[in-house]
Each structure stands twice: as structure tokens, then as C-alpha cells.
Design a protein around this ligand. Structure first.
Ligand code: 5GP
Ligand code: MN
Length: 326
């Protein structure tokens, strides 16, 4: 698998590397880590993401070079941290259709849309997979690459706390720290910064929180975001989504197995952010609803009225978890 990917990369003249819309720290970290490696290899490449880099990740070296749309001619596409083609958004435009795609991802819901598919669900983050690839390509780790990739691992394990954190994850983190990545700098950027607009939003959303059986849920309307001056993609945070990280907080509720935050987007679509406790898997229901994710962290974006969407999702999740062990 990695051999085929190495050949594609070495044979390519111009590589387009794309990560998913609403990018998180693994998306941006993997993109930049691979970008620095391609530079070392002497490849011509562009890094793209349909949505802007969240402000919380602009501290990563090279982030200013990420574009939202491809320009020019390419002969290879690499997709990072993305479970399906649609999630590449507008960065994957018609000029790229027909080119070979290398799909490097760790989502259990990955649809194997690539020419070469390396979907490793045992990896806690795509950054870990990029690290493996760089080692196969004999790219030396410098502190820039290490910082970007460790940012990916720390994001997707929420600071080495999620069930997908394995000895392999820790070994990868150890290597990256050994190469000069500063773990406290990363954790500070990811976990210790929140603007008042996010606190304002939490206050409003917590006001309407509901515990419905084993599901705790809340909603963030457009009006709430306007009152708090919080933009829909949470671009003031290292969190890419409009829930300002609230779903992680709701997920700590003892009485709940699943937490959901519904966010009304500017275009009228409803962003559904979900978390489940270990032992409960919400990835399949997210996939059924047209989204995807991991067993304990998944989501989807749906068209329709906020209340109707909430009812639809809540009943689908209830059905999905009713036979699952808690
Ligand atoms: P988060 O809540 O951290 O943004 O997302 C958790 C996981 O769910 C991520 O791995 C992400 O890939 C997946 N996810 C969240 N929202 C969507 C969505 O709208 N579509 C798809 N396909 N996956 C999503
Ligand atoms: Mn990831």
C-alpha cells in the first residue's frame, strides 16, 4: 500500500493535496506535515482546503500557503483525513476529476473513493499515517513537520484521552517530540484558548439543554450566533465547527451515552455534532444520515428545518443505540 503511494508521489510532477471541509487540527496538521515533506522531496505541490484555516491553527508553520481552490495543472491528488469525496468540498473541482487520487484516512466510514486507498482505522489520527509514510519515504523529521503532525495527533485524541489512543499513538508522539515538537505549545493552542463569544454561545445553548433518555442534546440557532458574534465555522477557535466545542462538554454527562449539538448554519443547513461514550458506536448512524466519522465522534450536515431535523436525528440515534451495550 505505502509502496504504491510512494511510487505515485515519486512519479508525479505536480501534486494537489486536499483535506476536508471544516478542517480540524488533524486535517491541517496532516496537510502541512505532508506539504513540508513534499518540499523536502523536491516535488511541486499545492495544499488546499475548501474552508479557511481556523485561526487557532494559523500558528502552524506553512498554514498561510493553504489555498481554498486549486489553480493550475496537476497530475495527482492526495486526499487526507477525508472519509468521502464530497467532504473535500469545492477544493476538489472539475479540473481535478479524472486524476488518480490517493486516499489516506483513518475514518471507519471511509468509502474507498480513491485510486489507492489507505484507510487505517487503527490509527488514531491521519497525522500518524503521514508520519509512517514519511518514514517510508526516508524524509527526515524536522521540528516544523513534527509540530504539524503532533498537532494532528493531539487534536484527534483530545490530548491522548480518547479510546483510540494506543501505544502506537504514543510512540508516534514520542518520535515527534524527539524531533522538536513542543507538546505544551500544542495543547495550549488546542485546549486552553476560547474567546468570550464561545462562552456566550455555551451559556445560551446550555440554557436549552435537554436530557432525553440516554441522549443529551442542545441547539445553536443563527440568532444565538448573531447575539454572541460567533461565526458559523468557529474560525476564532482551533475548533472548526459551529458548536464551539460544546458537544465535547455535553459528552461528559454521567446520565448520557450520546451527546448531540445541532447548529443552524448560515445557508440553512443543520450541522449535527455527535459524541458517544466508549462502547456505543454512532459512526454507522452518522453514515446513514449522510455523514460519517468515528465510533465515538461523528457528524453529518442535513438540509431542512431545525426542529424537524432534530426529531429525525434523535429518533435515528435512539434506534441505533437501543441494542448497544453501555
Ligand atoms: P467533529 O465533531 O470533531 O467536527 O467531528 C467528529 C467526526 O465526525 C470527524 O471525524 C468528522 O469526520 C465526522 N463528521 C463531522 N461532521 C461531519 C459531516 O458533516 N459529514 C461527514 N461525512 N463527517 C462528519
Ligand atoms: Mn482525523
Amino acid at each position: 500500500m505505502k509502496g504504491a503511494i510512494e511510487r505515485f508521489i515519486r512519479d508525479a510532477r505536480r501534486v494537489m493535496v486536499i483535506t476536508h471541509v471544516a478542517p480540524d487540527g488533524d486535517a491541517i496538521g496532516s496537510l502541512l506535515g505532508l506539504g513540508w515533506a513534499l518540499r523536502w522531496l523536491g516535488e511541486e505541490y499545492t495544499l488546499a482546503c475548501a474552508d479557511p484555516v481556523p485561526k487557532g491553527f494559523t500558528y502552524l508553520p506553512g498554514s498561510e500557503a493553504i489555498v481554498t481552490r486549486p489553480k493550475g495543472e496537476y497530475d495527482l491528488v492526495i486526499s487526507l483525513d477525508c472519509g468521502d469525496l464530497e467532504r473535500l468540498g469545492a477544493a476538489y473541482d472539475e479540473s481535478l476529476a479524472g486524476l488518480p487520487i490517493i486516499n489516506i484516512d483513518h475514518h471507519v466510514t471511509n468509502t474507498h473513493f480513491g485510486t489507492v486507498n489507505w484507510a487505517d482505522t487503527g490509527a488514531a489520527s491521519t497525522a500518524e499515517m503521514v508520519l509512517d509514510l514519511l518514514e517510508s519515504l526516508h524524509v527526515p523529521l524536522d521540528s516544523d513537520i513534527a509540530l504539524c503532525l503532533l498537532n494532528g495527533i493531539v487534536t484527534d485524541t483530545r490530548g491522548f484521552r480518547t479510546p483510540n489512543t494506543t501505544p502506537r499513538t504514543m510512540r508516534a508522539a514520542l518520535k515527534l517530540m524527539g524531533a522538536g515538537a513542543q507538546l505544551p505549545e500544542i495543547t495550549d493552542h488546542i485546549f486552553n484558548r476560547r474567546p468570550f463569544s464561545a462562552i456566550c454561545l455555551w451559556a445560551k445553548a446550555l440554557n436549552g439543554v435537554q436530557l432525553d433518555g440516554r441522549i443529551i442534546w442542545s441547539q445553536i440557532t443563527r440568532a444565538m450566533r448573531q447575539e454572541c458574534a460567533f461565526s458559523e465555522n468557529g474560525d476564532v477557535l482551533s475548533l472548526p465547527k459551529g458548536d464551539a466545542g460544546l458537544v465535547n462538554f455535553l459528552g461528559t454527562t454521567d446520565e448520557a451515552d450520546v451527546a448531540i449539538v445541532f447548529v443552524e448554519k448560515d445557508d440553512g443547513r443543520i450541522e449535527v455534532n455527535m459524541r458517544a461514550v466508549p462502547g456505543v458506536d454512532i459512526s454507522a448512524v452518522a453514515l446513514d444520515l449522510g455523514g460519517g466519522g468515528h465510533p465515538q465522534a461523528a457528524g453529518c450536515t442535513l438540509h431542512g428545518d431545525l426542529n424537524e431535523t432534530q426529531e429525525k436525528v434523535l429518533s435515528a440515534v435512539k434506534e441505533a443505540i437501543k441494542d448497544q451495550v453501555q
